[in-house]
Design a protein around this ligand. Structure first.
Ligand code: FO1
Length: 324
């Protein structure tokens, strides 16, 4: 089994490449749920849906989230109620865009959870409905909510939900701290999977708010460290920048280097190989001084072929080493 520890867009593209490189049934995607939010009464799981929709070939390629060929009539109709909504109400949320077809997924997930199903069960039903040929599992069935402390537009510090930061404020305000509410009591769903995996890959996702919550679950970092020689990560940072989202700024704001060396320092305790882009070749020695092996390849997944080659290179960095 190959376990892929995943966040959103970058991880989804990596999984699409991995599907073309190995027997899909051998893949096990463990996905961040710290971004989950209750939006207009619906349980939305952005990273689970981005992975499912991307692997199913149904994602909107420009947005990187939600479905292609989407319409927004429900959101338009909802805006009618904004004018009559009480000030302290979160009804008629129109800043978090739910497409008409995407809403069906949230209706299904929300009703199944209300019936007592676990998020693991519902996620497996949804991925089977989309003919995804491998397991997609939430990192936990318990509630974990990523919160960020920000310096808001008015200069005042405020703790806000992840979607409020990422979408509501377009991740444009500086972050001073990250919290995973509920992490102390949340139980990881995948510790045994780690024991049964020939390769554990940390996908090219945000190390702090996508991979971070998964590692923060009880026992996960220790279990990864115990399998460190089988753990490989793909850097989400290329030439000092994130390919998508605020990972580079968050690294700086939270006191890390926004470089592949900064990523190596975060991952070295649990991961023995770091895959970096050719643009960062000059950093190989520094990364190896952090105690990690370094593999240099093309990591910008601008085509299915590059995604596939990246996945093959990532997996073989562990498998071939074992055969040597
Ligand atoms: N991202 C946005 O920037 N704007 C949106 O309106 C938005 C809506 C949305 C709806 C469903 C969904 O699954 C994802 C959505 N996202 C949106 C992306 C989401 O905020 C991010 O995918 C993750 O939370 C970060 O990885």
């Amino acid at each position: 089994m190959i376990t892929v520890v995943a966040g959103g867009v970058g991880a989804a593209r990596f999984l699409r490449g991995l599907m073309a490189a190995v027997e899909p049934a051998s893949i096990n995607a463990v996905v961040n749920t710290g971004d989950d939010a209750l939006i207009n009464g619906l349980h939305v799981s952005p990273d689970l849906d981005t992975v499912t929709y991307t692997v199913a070939g149904a994602i909107d390629p420009d947005r990187g989230w939600g479905l292609s060929d989407e319409s927004w009539r429900t959101m338009d109709a909802l805006s009618r109620y904004v004018g009559v909504r009480p000030d302290d109400s979160s009804a008629a949320n129109t800043w978090f865009n739910l497409g008409d077809r995407d809403i069906a997924t949230h209706l299904y997930r929300t009703m199944r959870l209300n019936e007592g199903a676990t998020l693991t069960e519902v996620t497996d039903e949804i991925r089977r409905a989309w003919d995804v040929p491998f397991r997609i599992v939430p990192m936990t069935d318990d509630s974990v909510a990523t919160k960020v402390d920000v310096i808001d537009d008015d200069g005042r510090p405020r703790r806000i939900g992840f979607q409020d930061y990422f979408v509501g404020r377009r991740h444009s305000v500086p972050v001073t701290a990250i919290h995973f509410d509920g992490i102390e009591s949340a139980r990881p769903t995948f510790l045994d999977d780690l024991d049964n995996s020939e390769v554990i890959a940390l996908a090219p996702s945000n190390p702090l708010v996508s991979i971070g919550p998964i590692r923060a679950l009880a026992g996960v970092d220790d279990r990864l460290a115990s399998h460190r020689d089988r753990v490989v990560a793909v850097s989400p940072i290329v030439a000092g920048a994130a390919l998508k989202g605020p990972a580079d700024r968050m690294l700086v704001e939270l006191g890390h280097e926004p470089t592949v060396v900064g990523v190596a320092r975060l991952y070295a305790p649990v991961c023995s190989v770091l895959v970096i882009d050719r643009r960062d070749e000059k950093s190989v020695d520094e990364i190896e001084r952090e105690g990690m092996r370094c593999v240099v390849t093309d990591t910008i997944m601008s085509s299915p072929e590059i995604s596939r080659t990246l996945a093959e290179t990532t997996i073989s960095s562990i498998v071939e080493r074992k055969s040597r």
